[in-house]
Design a protein around this ligand. Sequence first.
Ligand SMILES: Cc1cc2nc3c(=O)[nH]c(=O)nc-3n(C[C@H](O)[C@H](O)[C@H](O)COP(=O)(O)OP(=O)(O)OC[C@H]3O[C@@H](n4cnc5c(N)ncnc54)[C@H](O)[C@@H]3O)c2cc1C
Length: 298
Amino acid sequence: MDFQYPADVQEFREEFRRYLDSIATSELMDELRVGGQWGGEHTKRLWQKLGNDGYFGLGWPVEYGGGGRSLLYLHAFNYEMAYRRFPVPVVTLNTVGPTLTHIGSEEQKKEYLPKILKGEIEFAIGYTEPEAGTDLASLQASAVRDGDEYVINGQKVFTSGAHHADYVWMAVRTDPDAPKHKGISILIVPLDSEGIEIAPLNIMGGSRSNITYYSDVRVPVSGEHGLALHHDAARLRADRDQPDRAARARVRLALRQGARRHTEYQGELDTRDAGPHGLRAERAEGNGHEGREHGGER
Ligand SMILES: Cc1cc2nc3c(=O)[nH]c(=O)nc-3n(C[C@H](O)[C@H](O)[C@H](O)COP(=O)(O)OP(=O)(O)OC[C@H]3O[C@@H](n4cnc5c(N)ncnc54)[C@H](O)[C@@H]3O)c2cc1C
């Protein structure tokens, strides 16, 4: 077995290493040292620089502005970033972006994907609640339709990054009468919306997550902000059931690209698409690599 990167990836890695050395300002290093993590002004500048120089979305499809590169490039990218303790907006790049490429509306793709790739916007993930962690289907946060808007109420815990992100990618119950693993939607909620309160949740080791509270927060049903996965689950299922290997591979790719936050990501997918043919089964029935890769990253 060859543990070396192929020559082209090695070349990319060395070039990227030199690039990172050239953009590591003392202000950034101070911010990361003092802040212990991310989200400050210099981190945001770093992300915008990386985005503008084409280093974000290396594995995204070219049609969405990504690099269309293999996982090895992503590995090299993450390795070099981690080596310097430079944060990567993983939720935004690995979960939100790839999910939008699969099931977002054209409007959402146009609105969010270019900004994600340019490092201009950041998402937090709002799945976990005090009584809904691993069992995400127990979530209680609700979004009730009122004309052209959803009105959101509830509480999330561990909404990491919410204190510096622009949006929360939020799982809410939109159909209280459906079985508990159905009737759940994802809404894209601007974090500066009226009715959102963000409280720090300090994590052992010195980093910070958040508790977020939502009181009558309003977002439009359609358009940029609504992403009703209970509808789109059908499309995802159609993809998955395709006899076409390429279509199945697209679903698996979405899973892989969500790898860094895949506890949450998996919760989301299982919630949408539970059952014997669920995405968990989809991973297992592949050539075996997906399951090991996924498991290995836990
Ligand atoms: C630092 C940090 C950052 C986080 N950031 C985010 C974030 O940004 N967004 C977000 O939405 N969430 C976030 N989370 C939440 C994380 O995804 C949850 O911790 C996770 O969903 C598990 O939920 P829980 O902590 O309530 O544990 P529980 O669900 O209570 O599980 C506790 C233990 O029981 C086990 N368990 C649970 N159910 C079963 C079962 N049926 N069978 C066998 N074993 C079981 C679990 O494996 C686990 O070991 C974060 C968590 C941490 C610690």
